[in-house]
Design a protein around this ligand. Structure first.
Ligand code: G6P
Length: 483
């Protein structure tokens, strides 16, 4: 039985089924993995990470009883999983929280949606049941993200003794946008979340959107009562829940940062040195504008490229003096809109190269592959970093680049990134939709004196490492136990 449990769709390890039938495991990275290591290091704690089996390799590992210590993978039927993950989490909830719909066509709430929602419920229930079975009396359970929004309430019904937290890594939808969704689904979603003792968001802005969604409902007082406690040391709203006696939910912000030492150690390994040398050869003595994203609709890669094109048009003095290094990790390619977006990114980069390129200069170098070594090398040599999402929970790239940058880089950062709340003072701020403003910000960034770049980068790096994953995780655990 575990005393600290984490639940997320994507776990810390995944398996690939090789042609000869053997299984190879791959460990993932990211904030949660480092965060949970703080707990595992303490022998007094028994921790367990519950996640979904994502593909055939993972499912085969479950069937063969192969598991890493401290990890339990749930083998959810593939059709149920596909409907829950692709059909609801990534096509509906992600689109709502990022305001991504083209509302002339989508969303459509019909019988097919209801069928998928049933799968989303079943997938959340599978997690709730596994957590209920594995948790020690009074254990702390930290549920992650929009995939598992219904788990807190389901788990509370099964195990009222547990301390339940939920953290949202995305933005939260505005109450106005949420009005598109049928009322019973909204109710289930908000109630699902309010089953937690603690709700965490990356910024207070996203937390207040959640609070607004609760209070904007016509029957808000019938649902839960929000009170602003006066004189409390914590920043948040407390909900008194109905239905479970004296239950209450606290809503707060925990802005995840990066672990500077760990990241620098990764970025200065010999294999990254080699890639730095190769990139420098390609770039020559030109400046670099670096961006690294998943091929994700909300990352605004297309408007970033349009801004670069406008820069080269309006400020021709930069031609042949700058290279745009764009890394895009393929993401969610089961979804048609993501495949189309990925293709558009490559096409637009090719257009720009055709328009401005010369035999000795390729203006944009796009890499559409999952190549973290190249990204780290690009971070190191970045003169300018472009992070311009339309809407993003936090955006850790904006925090990683200043930490790794060798000589200092100017950060062009959109107001859509959660990270803008902490980094805005030393970044060049842009409206993500304003291509001309972004082009001008790139010009200012490229023209910035090296000493100013370096001063700003030091302050950005300090802000970026303020709440590294281990402290971020422990702060939530403490809050959960103390609440
Ligand atoms: C966002 C979400 C994470 C998710 C990640 C990658 O950062 O908040 O929960 O794991 O995207 O997306 P994927 O669908 O590949 O897990």
């Amino acid at each position: 039985m575990a005393t600290v449990l984490v639940a997320s769709n994507r776990g810390p390890v995944s398996y690939v089924l090789d042609e000869d039938g053997s299984l190879t495991s791959r460990r993932g990275g990211g904030g949660l993995v480092s965060g949970l290591s703080a707990v595992s290091a303490d022998d007094a704690q028994e921790s367990l990470w519950v996640c979904a089996a994502l593909g055939e390799g993972d499912r085969e590992a479950v069937r063969r009883g192969i598991a890493e210590p401290g990890v339990r993978m749930l083998d959810i039927p593939p059709d149920v999983y596909a409907d829950a993950y692709n059909g609801i989490a990534n096509s509906v909830l992600w689109f709502l929280h990022h305001h991504l719909y083209d509302i002339s066509r989508e969303p459509v709430f019909d019988a097919e949606f209801r069928r998928r929602w049933e799968s989303y419920r079943a997938y959340n229930r599978a997690f709730a049941e596994a957590l209920a079975a594995e948790a020690d009396q009074g254990a702390a359970v930290l549920v992650q993200d929009y995939h598992l929004a219904l788990v807190p309430w389901m788990l509370r019904e099964l195990r009222p003794d547990l301390r339940i937290g939920h953290f949202t890594h995305t933005p939260w939808v505005s109450s106005e946008y949420l009005r598109m969704v049928p009322a019973d689904i909204v109710e289930e979603l908000l109630w699902g979340m309010l089953g937690a003792d603690e709700l965490g968001f990356h910024t207070w802005g996203w937390a207040s959107f959640f609070i607004d969604c609760c209070s904007q409902r016509d029957d808000a007082t019938g649902m839960a009562e929000g009170v602003w406690p006066s004189g409390d040391p914590w920043h948040g709203v407390e909900y008194r829940r109905y239905g479970f006696g004296k239950g209450r939910t606290r809503v707060r912000a925990f802005p995840l940062g990066v672990d500077g030492d760990e990241l620098r150690a990764l970025a200065y390994r010999p294999e990254v040195d080699e890639r730095v040398a190769l990139l420098r050869e390609e770039v020559g003595d030109r400046q670099t504008i670096v961006r690294v994203d998943r091929t994700e609709l909300s990352k605004n890669i297309l408007r970033g490229l349009l801004a670069y094109r406008e820069l080269l048009t309006v400020h021709p003095e930069w031609r042949d003096r700058v290279v745009h290094l764009a890394s895009a990790y393929p993401s969610r390619q089961d979804l048609e809109s993501y495949r189309a977006y990925t293709a558009s990114v490559t096409e637009l980069a090719e257009e720009i190269n055709a328009e401005f390129g010369t035999p000795g200069w390729t203006p944009v170098l796009v890499s559409v592959e999952d190549d973290f070594t190249r990204s780290l090398a690009a971070y190191r040599i970045a003169d300018v970093a472009l992070v311009n999402p339309v809407r993003d929970g936090m955006n850790l790239v904006a925090k990683e680049i200043p930490v790794v940058s060798e000589a200092g880089c100017a950060l062009v950062l959109s107001t859509g990134a959660g990270a803008h709340r902490e980094l805005g003072a030393d970044a060049l701020t842009v409206n993500p939709f304003d291509v001309s403003e972004t082009a001008e910000a790139l010009h200012t960034a490229l023209s910035m004196p090296p000493s100013e770049r370096s001063d700003r980068t030091k302050r950005l790096a300090a802000a970026a490492t303020a709440l590294p994953p281990q402290r971020w995780f422990l702060a939530q655990l403490e809050a959960l136990r103390g609440s």
